[in-house]
Design a protein around this ligand. Structure first.
Ligand code: Q9C
Ligand code: ZN
Length: 649
């Protein structure tokens, strides 16, 4: 029997018989003892690593990993990146009698607290990252996650700061390069996705071409912690290390999956391909996560999982994750779980949770590419106009967006609107031209609800109202009927929810999980219509006016949906059918469906939004669709609905 503590990861293989990747984990309750001396609340709290560990256990994921005991760092390894004085300072914090001295030291440092357990925790945090890194480099593990605190990336050679005592990741990198030539690690990529700049790590490898340091962080022109110019994009390294330091400094604080993935796709991934690292160390702070009280950004667990997955194509997947920041307990637990699932290679990466990068994101990405293209030729090409203009704001959206929480936003909105009236001419041109363009492109609209009944769907094309509907549809501008109809099944989950809807009254209506799952099956009726018509259907489904100046889904958005499998156009992002999911292709034409966004799906799942059996009239229409389409007998159709309505998500 496996003992608690050292090594429980036995490779049973999964049901397909393929052997799982060996993923190492280190967690040690001793690191929870580092706390504020007076018991005051602090965001960098002991529960941070506890909740992560508990989540991995609850999800049954830690049981599939190789769990290692923690280790204390050796002084000589710490001194590869820190001064002797700094190491001694942290070491001598430990003795009980020195409360007063500890508080005095802490008060002289920037954003540091200390108690009697801080020293031991700092030694364990650094030593644990070293241990995982050694085992991954050695090949004993495929990858690993050191769930440690205190964090490390702000700690400088001779100074603790920003909740960090030793620079855990830097110690591990330096250990591999300088102490273990036998392991053959000559090039290390350090990726720092903590929302703060990894100032300590940057300085430690500033002139070292063996370490490519990449940090993406809030910067806001030097006002965000740690304030100053260090995190700017023109800090590229010096001497032999010139070009081996890459900063992506966000200039505003609301970045999410789309922004981070844009930085991945257009900076980090092409550079990583050129650099070709032997191993990747990940300063995995989760304070850019949605809900983080310090970060303010909006990266979802899905976003983190995609960022990580994209890194796994390098260094034979040798990735060492080390926890840095992250202060929303729920967010860091979920994000960590998503990442470990990726390391175990058992998570399907599907769908997206956000529409488009901010305009400022493209500005930053372009500035970084320009500054670094001399060192990394893959950054030299100009980004296409189409790519950076994929945002589709219309005046209607801006007004209906519930997102204008700050004065800043309100001002931005006003600015945009005044611009619109000045540039009215342009808007008029757009109004007349987009329809003609999109009328030339065909898509399959895949319906899974009442629209499977053709007469009901035709209300969205020709206008009108069938039996059971509480209100009429205006129809599309182009009233031509669908060119073709086919039926197919897809691996998505059908469910019914909401208290009531405008079209059907009291009771649920149909949704599909925006994410695919091979255990699920949904029946869909595919109508071949033009992209212009699809826009009008999407607007009607979401209660928007079809007479918009700009399309909700233009060609660039269609392209994006095809690549990313799902997008959330801003115009419908707050509506029930706010996510457009691309299910694949049929005869080389993209199949699009519309359903709720992933975040709304999560609310259905948690019960925050009610699951409800379908409204009577809705169910009847739904059944007629399946029966008249030749898919099912009436009994089978009813059973299909009953099952979807009674199985929990
Ligand atoms: N006005 C990490 O995430 N904030 N450190 C201090 C002072 C410090 C964050 C604000 C934030 C440190 C590892
Ligand atoms: Zn941070």
């Amino acid at each position: 029997m496996a003992m608690a503590g050292e090594s429980s990861g036995i490779n049973y293989g999964d049901c397909d018989g393929k052997v799982e990747r060996k993923v190492g984990l280190i967690y040690d309750e001793t690191m929870c003892k580092h706390d504020t001396p007076d018991g005051e609340d602090h965001p960098e709290c002991p529960d941070r690593i506890r909740v992560i560990w508990e989540m991995l256990q609850l999800a049954g994921v830690s049981q599939r990993c190789v769990v290692l005991g923690s280790s204390k760092a050796e002084d000589k390894h710490l001194q590869l990146v820190h001064t002797k004085d700094h190491v001694n300072l942290v070491k001598t914090l430990s003795t009980k009698q020195k409360d007063y001295r500890r508080n005095k030291i802490a008060s002289q440092l920037n954003s540091i607290y200390l108690n009697g357990a801080s020293s031991e925790a700092a030694y364990l945090a650094a030593g644990s990252v070293v241990k995982v890194a050694e085992k991954v480099a050695q090949g004993e593990l495929d990858s690993g996650f050191a769930i440690v605190r205190p964090p490390g990336h702000h700690a400088e050679t001779d100074e603790a700061m920003g909740f960090c005592l030793f620079n855990n990741v830097a110690v591990a990198a330096s250990y591999l390069l300088n102490e273990r030539p036998d392991l053959g690690v000559n090039k290390i990529l350090i990726v720092d996705w903590d929302v703060h700049h990894g100032n300590g790590t940057q300085k430690m490898f500033w002139k070292d071409p063996r370490v490519l340091f990449f940090s993406v962080h809030r910067h806001e022109y030097g006002s965000f912690y740690p304030a100053g110019d260090d995190g700017d994009y023109d800090m590229v390294g010096e001497g032999l290390g010139e070009g081996f330091n890459i900063n992506v400094p966000w200039d505003q604080g609301r970045c999410g999956d789309a922004d981070y993935l844009a930085a991945w796709d257009h900076i980090l991934i092409p550079v990583a391909r050129e650099f070709n690292p032997d191993i990747i160390l990940l300063s995995a702070g989760f304070d850019a996560a949605i809900g983080d009280p310090l970060g303010g950004c909006r990266v979802t667990p899905y976003g983190y999982s995609v960022m990580l997955k994209k890194l796994m194509e390098f260094a034979h997947g040798k990735i060492v994750m080390a926890l840095e920041g992250g202060y929303n307990l729920d967010s860091i637990a979920k994000s960590s779980l998503a990442c470990v699932q990726v390391l175990l290679e058992d998570k399907e990466i599907q769908a997206s949770s956000e529409a488009y990068p901010f305009e400022s994101t493209w500005r930053v990405i372009q500035a970084v590419r320009k500054r670094l293209c001399a060192y990394w030729p893959s950054l030299a090409d100009e980004l296409s106009w189409k790519l950076i203009n994929q945002k589709v704001p219309t005046p209607i959206i801006l007004i209906s967006s519930s997102d204008s929480e700050t004065e800043d936003d309100a001002q931005g909105l006003l600015d945009q609107m005044s611009k619109l009236s000045i540039e009215n001419h342009q808007v008029d041109t757009a109004r007349t031209s987009w329809r003609a363009d999109l009328a030339k492109v065909d898509v399959w609209y895949a319906s899974f609800g009442s629209n499977m009944w053709k007469p009901r769907f035709l209300c969205y094309i020709q206008g009108g109202q069938v039996d059971g509907m509480k209100k009429a549809c205006v129809g599309s501008m182009d009233k031509s009927p669908p060119k073709e109809i086919v039926w197919k099944t897809f691996p998505h989950r059908l469910f019914f929810g909401r208290e009531s809807s405008a079209s059907w009254g009291v009771g649920g209506v149909g949704f599909a999980n925006p994410l695919a799952n091979h255990n699920d099956q949904i029946h869909m009726c595919l109508y071949r219509i033009t992209l212009e018509q699809f826009n009008d259907v999407l607007c009607q489904e979401n209660g928007l006016n079809v007479d918009t100046d700009l399309p909700v889904i233009d060609l660039a958005a269609l392209q994006l949906a095809e690549n990313k499998s799902a997008i959330i156009p801003e115009a419908v992002s707050n509506s029930w059918y706010g996510s457009v999911v691309c299910l694949g292709k049929e005869c080389d034409i993209p199949i699009l469906t519309m359903t709720c966004t992933l975040s709304v799906f999560e609310k259905f799942k948690s019960g925050e939004i009610p699951l409800r059996p379908p409204a009577k009239a809705y169910a009847n229409t739904f059944i007629r669709g399946l029966v008249e389409g030749g898919r099912f007998s009436a009994e089978e159709a009813e059973a299909y609905i009953d099952k979807a309505a009674s199985t929990p998500l």
